[in-house]
Write a protein that binds this ligand. Structure first.
Ligand code: ADP
Length: 496
């Protein structure tokens, strides 16, 4: 069986693919293994899906290799773009279903899930537009030589994605890889396989030849490890934890030295100066940490507020956080659903206990919400010092740490006091402060008077231990192309 009948509260009955999508066909795993996916709102099993093992990864890689060496090479850049645009259109057409499935499997609020699916379509369409604009250069060295470069695809790309933005990560990975002429074996996260499988059912209809995009479900230690150590995968792109990022890089180094790009964790500073518009700053700080239940690699989890407004800010921010509606992700007014899994729930509650023990003050939250599902109250810690774990380690949940600062010089130093460097933000009415501090922060993204405003046209990625390479924008094309230099002799032989 490679599909099952399911129901979502918002769209009703639908057919959920459950197989592995290889060569434009649904297949079961060679060993017939399956695993369950859980509804994090109810803790009930939604369904079982095929689990890819090493053998299935081999089959998917062979399909991707065959497509790369054969039919896909003959497809014009214009047609590659067309297929991506078709896929974007089909995803938009199915936005209600895809969002509902994401809501069911991941627990994110339905409205947010719709935003993600819309952004996924936008990303695919954007890279569709790039497909026929990948250009080399002519390099003039002397009259006897004609030299030029070509930006060629890397080959078979293994892509490993996390569970926090299943559809969006799918699009961020597939878009630039396919636009530049690569083929793909993408593994979804074991916590959230379902929406990617529904989206996979649109690939053939979009026009992609067999083997260009292969989507498999499976576990990190089995299928993920098989991808990153595979001798016939030319590149691996990974988004997830820094711990696993290191393992992926080691596996690449220990196998065929495949190219590696990594988008990893963060502990991003969100800095509010005395002169900021305080109500706006509170809204963005709230959104910065509690959006997607804090399950964002770029979450603004370290909040620093200047001393002149600190007390007022903490009081009002607390009221704002308490007003965030936590509950059923299908309810129209829900802002925060459950955490994705029991494991994540336990990790986050462990950090909350750790913060309390270390002497930080709970301003609000700190407890489970309700008695079923992996819900956690929006939690704010104040009086947090730099040496506390909750200020240094990525919690990946609805938990933020606030501390006070006095001067610009001090906050630049404190803001950069982390091994991570994914994102950051500054709230100020002063343009000079905004530019000076943006330049000084060691992070791949700086938001000014806003937060979490990612866009497919704007590069995103990490300084320091937050990653290697950039996703989105023109910058992502570099992750999926390699430069070939061709030099042609026009004149007589050099030593003739
Ligand atoms: P989290 O801890 O939030 O679940 P992970 O970094 O463990 O995040 O997971 C992100 C992705 O990496 C998932 O698709 C997961 O299956 C995969 N993964 C986990 N371990 C490995 C591994 N050893 N090698 C390759 N991929 C892995």
């Amino acid at each position: 069986m490679t599909s099952t009948q399911l129901t979502t509260p918002s769209t009703g009955k639908y057919t959920q693919p459950t197989g592995l999508f290889i060569n434009n066909e649904w297949v079961q795993g060679v060993d017939g293994k399956t695993f369950e996916t859980i509804n994090p709102s109810t803790e009930d099993v939604i369904c079982s899906v095929a689990e890819a093992t090493e053998k299935d990864v081999d089959i998917a890689v062979a399909a991707a290799r065959k497509a790369f060496d054969g039919p896909w090479r003959k497809v014009t850049p214009e047609d590659r773009g067309k297929y991506l645009t078709n896929l974007a259109n089909l995803i938009e057409k199915n936005i209600d279903l895809l969002a509902a499935v994401e809501c069911l499997d991941n627990g994110k609020a339905l409205g947010m899930a719709k935003g993600d699916v819309g952004a996924a379509a936008g990303c695919l369409r954007y890279y569709g537009g790039w497909a026929d604009k990948i250009e080399g250069k002519v390099i003039d060295t002397n009259p006897d030589t004609f030299s030029y470069t070509r930006q060629e695809p890397i080959g078979v790309c293994g892509q490993i994605i996390p569970w926090n933005f299943p559809m969006l990560m799918w699009a961020w990975k597939i878009g630039p890889a396919v636009a530049t002429g690569n083929t793909v074996v993408l593994k979804t996260a074991e916590q959230t396989p379902l929406s990617a499988l529904v989206a996979a059912s649109l690939i053939k209809e979009a026009g992609f030849p067999p083997g260009v995009i292969n989507i498999i479900s499976g576990f990190g230690k089995v299928a993920g490890a098989a991808i990153s150590s595979h001798m016939d995968v030319d590149k691996v792109a990974f988004t997830g934890s820094t711990v696993v990022g290191r393992q992926v890089m080691k596996a690449a180094a220990g196998s065929n030295l495949k190219k590696v790009t990594l988008e990893l964790g963060g502990k991003s500073p969100n800095i509010v100066f005395n002169d900021a518009d305080i109500e706006n700053a509170i809204s963005w700080v709230n959104f910065g940490i509690f959006f997607n239940h804090g399950q964002c690699c770029c979450a603004g989890s370290r909040v620093y507020v200047q001393s002149g407004i600190y007390d007022k800010f903490v009081e009002r921010f607390k009221a704002r956080a308490i007003a965030n509606k936590v509950g059923d992700p299908f309810a129209a007014d829900t802002f925060q659903g459950p955490q994705v899994s029991q494991l994540q729930y336990d990790r986050i509650m462990g950090y909350i206990a750790e913060g309390k023990k270390a002497g930080a003050k709970i301003e609000t939250g700190g407890e489970r919400h309700g008695d079923k599902g992996y819900f956690i109250q929006p939690t704010i810690f104040s009086n947090v010092t730099e040496d506390m774990k909750i200020m240094q380690e990525e919690i990946f949940g609805p938990v933020c740490s606030i501390a006070k600062f006095e001067t610009e010089e001090e906050i630049i130093k404190t803001g950069n006091n982390t091994t991570y460097g994914l994102a950051s933000a500054i709230h100020t009415a002063n343009l000079n402060t905004a530019i000076r501090v943006s330049n000084a922060l060691r992070a791949g993204t700086v938001w000014v008077n806003q937060y979490n405003m990612l866009h497919h046209q704007i590069p995103f990625g990490g300084f320091k231990e937050s990653g290697i390479g950039r996703e989105l924008g023109e910058a992502a094309l570099a992750n999926y192309t390699q430069t070939k230099s061709v030099s042609i002799r026009l004149g007589d032989a050099l030593f003739g």
